[in-house]
Design a protein around this ligand. Structure first.
Ligand SMILES: Cc1cc2nc3c(=O)[nH]c(=O)nc-3n(C[C@H](O)[C@H](O)[C@H](O)COP(=O)(O)OP(=O)(O)OC[C@H]3O[C@@H](n4cnc5c(N)ncnc54)[C@H](O)[C@@H]3O)c2cc1C
Length: 390
């Protein structure tokens, strides 16, 4: 097989890159290690920055999001019992947010790839990237047969555990990492969400009420890393969630059987640079942020925005300027989101080694945020997503 760009991974980054390259007339093949059913069964992020909404619309996959996505003005934070503030991005950053599930985005992208007649090669094994500094190729096995793709570039969109990042020699990259001493125990339930997205900094730990669509709610509570899911039947989860919110919010939570329950450890991680030779990394392949700032999916979309533009300029205008600047440009936005997600995680969680001084400092910062318009504008600008560079 021969193509211009071999894309490794059919998560949101790989599928969106394939879609955008196709719209620009750049030939590509997507390889995915899982089955299509598995990819579409994953339930993950769901809060979109307005920049992401616009990228999805201009990629021709905005129709269902426009019809079914839930526009909201921002997110509330409650702390110290009854204190409450709103990160109102429409007021303080001139743009709303959109609640629309990652699973729906993936479905929309698959539908677009199907409509374009561009099959994705699923259930590939033993993916190996070759000659990334000269004339790249990718080998993989499918149904026991070894196949080979010759290409001009490889896009590593294969998530945190993929092969792309580790194909870069360790001497050529630098890793930055922060691991947090807790995780999030999350459930998904087919119940109407409460009206707002609300974070709680409670003495029992962090909690979050979020949403995916009008009949799908996502809730989380901070938990110890050694938490066992078997110890958390639905009733216990609902009781703990409600105990972390003031009664007017707790009373409005509609409970029901969970359809998914999982524990996610929290981690901040960035690998630099996001390019080596003819390999370009995008999305979780290059960076992970704790979900507190709702940035993981949004970063995957912004990386792809930069990378698709760079590849299109190269193939359609023989201009490699954007390819040369891709890593620096993408990393500026990545670090903005990594810093913001780290800061919000520190502000809203209870840490095992926190003393009375740290707790007062958290309270003071939340009080300051609720009374200072200057601080609120700065936080909302970052929560709503920094602009893309032209
Ligand atoms: C449980 C969970 C909850 C999350 N919640 C949130 C949230 O609330 N808010 C938020 O913003 N973000 C959240 N995230 C993060 C967000 O989902 C990711 O940032 C996003 O999926 C990144 O997209 P991606 O395409 O870069 O990577 P992925 O979605 O990981 O896609 C990578 C793809 O590559 C495939 N792959 C891996 N190895 C290979 C290989 N060798 N060959 C071929 N294919 C391969 C994988 O199967 C996968 O399909 C969550 C993540 C998880 C895991």
């Amino acid at each position: 097989m021969k193509t211009q760009v071999a894309i490794i991974g059919a998560g949101p980054a790989g599928l969106l890159l394939s879609q955008r390259l196709d719209l620009e007339g750049v030939d590509n093949i997507v390889l995915e290690s899982q089955s299509r059913e598995h990819v579409l069964s994953r339930i993950r992020a769901g809060v979109l920055e307005w920049g992401s909404v616009e990228v999805l619309r201009e990629s021709g996959v905005g129709d269902r999001m426009n019809a079914e996505g839930h526009l909201h003005d921002g997110t509330d934070i409650v702390w110290s019992g009854t204190n409450r503030l709103t990160l109102n991005t429409r007021v303080y950053a001139d743009r709303p947010m959109m609640a629309y599930g990652q699973t729906n985005i993936t479905e929309d992208l698959y539908a677009a790839r199907d409509a374009a007649g561009q099959p994705i090669v699923h259930e590939v094994e033993e993916v190996v990237l070759h000659d990334l500094e000269s004339t790249p190729s990718v080998t993989f096995s499918k149904n026991g047969r070894v196949e080979r793709i010759d290409c001009e570039f490889v896009a590593g969109c294969d998530g945190f555990h993929g092969v792309s990042r580790s194909s870069i020699p360790p001497t050529q990259r630098r890793e930055f990492e922060k691991v947090y001493p807790f995780g999030w125990l999350g459930i998904l339930s087919e119940t109407p969400p409460i009206d707002e997205i609300v974070y709680a900094n409670s003495e029992r730990g962090f909690a979050l009420c979020s949403q995916r669509n009008p009949m799908l709610s996502r809730y989380y509570v901070q938990c110890a890393l050694d938490t066992n899911l078997d110890d958390w039947p639905d009733d216990r989860f609902w009781e703990e969630l409600k105990a972390r919110f003031p009664s007017e919010i707790a009373d409005s939570i509609i409970t029901g059987p969970s359809i998914e329950k999982s524990i996610a450890p929290l981690r901040s991680y960035v690998s630099e640079p996001m390019r080596w030779g003819r390999l370009f990394l995008a999305g979780d392949a290059a960076h992970i942020v704790p979900p507190t700032g709702a940035k993981g999916l949004n970063l995957a979309i912004s990386d792809v925005f930069y990378l698709a533009r760079a590849l299109s300029r190269f193939f359609n205008h023989h201009d490699d300027r954007y390819l040369e600047s891709y890593s620096d440009m993408a990393l500026r936005r990545v670090w903005g989101a990594a810093r913001f997600s780290w800061w919000l995680t520190l502000l809203l969680h209870r840490f095992p080694d926190q003393g009375p001084f740290d707790l007062r400092a958290q309270e003071q910062e939340l009080d300051y945020l609720s009374t200072s318009e200057a601080y609120m504008r700065s936080v909302c600008e970052q929560y709503a997503g920094l602009p893309f560079e032209s």
